[in-house]
Ligand binder design. Structure first.
Ligand code: ZN
Length: 163
């Protein structure tokens, strides 16, 4: 079996940036389980995994456009502190759910505070970064009908439903 549309794929991975800093890793834990071809991984990584087999190891270098996107300066905004309502001690690095001008829910990160004004950035924290994935494919299997309906994997490496 090879990695293809709608297969459940389990991978061990380590993600580093251009400076070699580890940003994320499954090392020491369960492999990550995802359904292939549904946009659950960044597009550059899905493309690289297509057609590979269990046991394959690969190093994938991904440009921002195929990763978490190019940074968009228009997504950096200054808003008054009172927009945060009851949130106390707003600090750089904090993340909030916010609504974009098109009414879409998005996560914004506080990047600075100047007096009563807060700078928030709605870019993905890894936007603009080259991504380097070190991947080993642990397993590939068929997805169940239920998994395809839910759009995520059940069991090891995936979601655990209580009912
Ligand atoms: Zn589910």
């Amino acid at each position: 079996m090879v990695v293809a549309q709608d297969k459940v794929v389990l991978i061990h991975y380590t993600l580093t940036n251009d400076t070699g800093k580890v940003l994320d890793s499954s090392s020491g834990g369960e492999p990550l389980a995802y359904i292939h071809g549904q946009g659950n991984l960044v597009s550059g990584l899905e493309k690289a995994l297509e057609g590979k087999q269990a046991g394959d190891k690969l190093n994938v270098d991904i440009a921002p456009a195929d990763g978490y996107g190019v940074r968009d300066p228009a997504l950096v905004q200054r808003v008054p502190m009172r927009a945060f309502g009851n949130a106390k001690n707003v600090k750089p690095g904090m993340q909030f759910q916010a609504q974009s001008s098109e009414g879409k829910q998005q996560v914004v990160t506080v990047t600075g505070i100047q007096g009563d004004m807060v700078t928030v950035d709605a870019n993905h924290p890894l936007a603009g970064e080259n991504l380097h994935f070190d991947v080993e494919i642990a397993d590939i299997r068929e997805a169940s009908q239920e998994e395809l309906e839910h759009g995520h994997v059940h069991g090891p490496g995936g979601h655990h439903h209580h009912d």
